[in-house]
Design a protein around this ligand. Structure first.
Ligand code: CA
Length: 635
């Protein structure tokens, strides 16, 4: 962090004399000397903003680039007096209020050092910069993987642990609990207060929607319009509280995944008032919005005109499009992500709007993260229904255009859609949609590393998607907790949260029980309906069962063409075999297992996981109407 600078007293005296002289001249000129003759305090010495705000010694890549912002800082000479730190270069840019300082930290040891900004031999400003010591094992942390189950939480909407921070003086938007588009007051304290609930449910990872400062005049609650990349929004808490939350979660076996956005920032970001250079963001003589056609990244026939509009057009008018082709911007974003990984000890990143930024920069970013943290995981949001479009980005994919995406994980939107329509649409034959979707796994280098989910913060809640049918809902949840991949459950799904409106704020209602005075409490079960309680218990049971099931984490998959309104798949490894049956029929069904012989040979009995029932004969299975059954098969 920046601290009060030690200053050279001689320089300070000279500065003060100069200032007084200037002031006298000014006052004489304006003829108002008599009014201000009393002694005045000297103006404070300029304190530039430096980002990253601090760094670490001992990173694998020894290069650090500091962005310095301050009045006329570009006219100063930079001096670094510290053994072990080599000043590689200082770059001035179009705007004289910026400097970019490149340092080589290969020999640096943890500690503080001064950055001096001098002009004509005088020190105009001094900033103390800190290189922290890395935590042991930091580089080799285990990222989230298919042994995890992720809980997606929108920080403003989960629990209000500190009503004192709902409104923060000086910030542009105040809370408004009468409007779902307004801020509700949820915060980090609320999340901390309910960590035990999350752990008890059986989740082993939390993905939080963005919680960096969004000092925007309206609809700032969703967090996707960053106005400071190095600061948690004070309405959620402080950087220190975020870090403490992560540490406490880790102690309970829960990994933390941070939501990041490289594509855009908020229009109220501080640098929008004084940008380093014209191409810091993508600008047009007339405002251009992106065409949102994601296939432009893969399309071999696409025009340069359309491609440019896609990557360089703005997402919305309140979110300027960052130019990742500008090397200073690219470095800024990459270092920012490393800073949060290291500072909060993250286990993963969820990257927003993955196909919109410059794709070469995104590949380089993935490489750089892997260089520092070989077992880290990153999941990208490519909201497309075509597996070919998704798999283009995944690490290990061989693309005709030669592009190497290097991204490890993607959000499995095609599977979300297939399961949702297969369950919702009236025919029993629709289960084929799930089957065919999974058949497309041949396109992915690593389908086990896809994140699978029934819904998220951007879509109608899953319960509404399946026509508010609790049985179909459970079939979907159960499917996502047993299919290949890393399951993600959206907060409130475990109690079947519902809505009638179609605006996206409706999908993001406050979790009941998170606010003082809530009549219904999802944490304790108070006021929940019987079927909501049953779904919560169902989800808790399956999540906790899944935790210890390596066969679900990493086992093989085999599935059979749906027949008689049922879809059957197996997860298996050398030790274990689990059979999952989705019965979409609205009546009890007797299923002859003859065609499953290749997988069931030698299996004589089973235990059904949800009911705990022992099954002694496997030749025919009795399946409840619209149900999921999960059988642990025994030899
Ligand atoms: Ca609050």
């Amino acid at each position: 962090m920046m601290s009060t600078a030690k200053r050279n007293s001689n320089h300070q005296k000279k500065d003060s004399m100069k200032r007084i002289f200037t002031l006298l001249m000014l006052l004489l000129f304006t003829g108002s000397l008599a009014l201000t003759a009393k002694p005045r305090k000297a103006a404070p010495v300029l304190q530039p903003r430096v980002e990253p705000t601090f760094w670490w010694a001992g990173m694998k890549n020894p290069h650090l680039q500091l962005m310095v912002h301050g009045q006329d800082i570009g006219q100063s000479r930079v001096v670094v007096n510290h053994p072990g730190i080599r000043l590689l270069s200082v770059t001035t840019v179009e705007n004289p209020n910026y400097l970019f300082i490149d340092l080589d930290l290969a020999q640096a040891i943890p500690g503080k050092f001064d950055l001096l900004f001098q002009k004509e031999g005088k020190t105009l400003a001094t900033t103390t910069y800190e290189l922290k010591e890395r935590e042991p094992g930091s580089a080799l942390r285990q990222g989230f993987n298919s042994s995890d189950a992720m809980y997606l939480v929108m920080p403003d909407r989960f629990a209000n642990g500190d009503p004192g921070n709902d409104a923060v003086e000086g910030m542009k938007e105040n809370p408004d609990r009468t409007d779902l588009r307004g801020r509700q007051g949820g915060d980090i304290k609320g999340l901390r207060d309910h960590l035990d609930y999350i752990a008890d449910m059986g989740f082993t990872a939390i993905w939080l929607n963005p919680l960096l400062e969004n000092d925007m005049p309206a609809t700032s609650y969703h967090g996707y319009a960053t106005t400071d990349f190095y600061k948690v929004d004070p309405r959620y808490g402080s950087n220190e509280e975020y870090r403490a939350f992560a540490e406490e979660a880790r102690g309970k076996g829960i990994k933390l995944i941070m939501d990041m956005i490289f594509n855009h920032c908020g229009l109220e970001h501080w640098w929008m008032k004084d940008m380093p250079m014209a191409d810091w963001i993508n600008q047009f003589p007339d405002y251009q919005i992106t065409n949102h056609v994601k296939t432009l990244n893969q399309d071999p026939y696409a025009s340069a005109y359309d491609k440019e509009q896609f990557t360089d057009g703005w997402f919305v008018s309140s979110m300027p499009d960052l130019n990742q082709r500008n090397p200073f911007m690219a470095t800024y974003l990459i270092q920012n992500s490393i800073w949060w990984i290291e500072y909060v000890h993250l286990a993963g990143i969820r990257m927003d709007t993955y196909p919109y930024p410059d794709k070469e920069m995104m590949a380089a970013w993935n490489d750089r993260i892997r260089e520092e943290y070989p077992d880290f995981n990153i999941v990208g949001e490519e909201w497309h229904m075509n597996q070919a479009i998704l798999s283009y980005w995944q690490k290990g994919k061989s693309n005709l255009d030669g592009y190497r995406g290097n991204l490890r994980s993607l959000m499995d939107f095609p599977l979300q859609s297939a399961v949702s329509t297969a369950l919702r649409d009236p025919g029993t034959g629709d289960l084929m949609k799930i089957y065919e979707c999974l058949a497309n796994d041949f396109q992915y280098p690593d389908p086990q590393n896809l994140v699978v989910f029934p819904d998220n913060h951007d879509m109608t809640r899953f319960f509404v998607q399946v026509n508010r049918n609790a049985e179909l809902f459970k079939m979907g949840i159960g499917f996502f907790l047993t299919t290949r991949g890393i399951p993600q459950i959206y907060y409130g799904s475990e109690i079947m949260m519902n809505h009638t409106g179609t605006h996206d704020s409706e999908f993001r209602k406050p979790f009941p029980g998170g606010w003082p005075g809530d009549a219904i409490n999802g944490f304790t079960g108070q006021g929940l309906s019987d079927s909501e309680k049953e779904v919560q218990q169902f989800t808790r049971k399956l999540l906790n069962w899944r935790k210890g099931k390596e066969v679900i984490h990493t086992g093989q998959t085999r599935h059979f063409l749906p027949w008689e309104g049922c879809y059957v798949f197996f997860r298996y490894n050398d030790q274990e075999k689990v059979m999952v049956v989705l019965n979409k029929n609205p009546r009890q069904t007797e299923l002859n297992t003859g065609r499953l012989a290749e997988m069931m040979k030698g299996c004589t009995s089973a235990r059904e996981v949800i009911t705990g029932k022992e099954i002694s004969s496997l030749t025919s299975l009795t399946l409840p109407p619209q149900s999921i059954s999960i059988f642990e098969l025994r030899k």
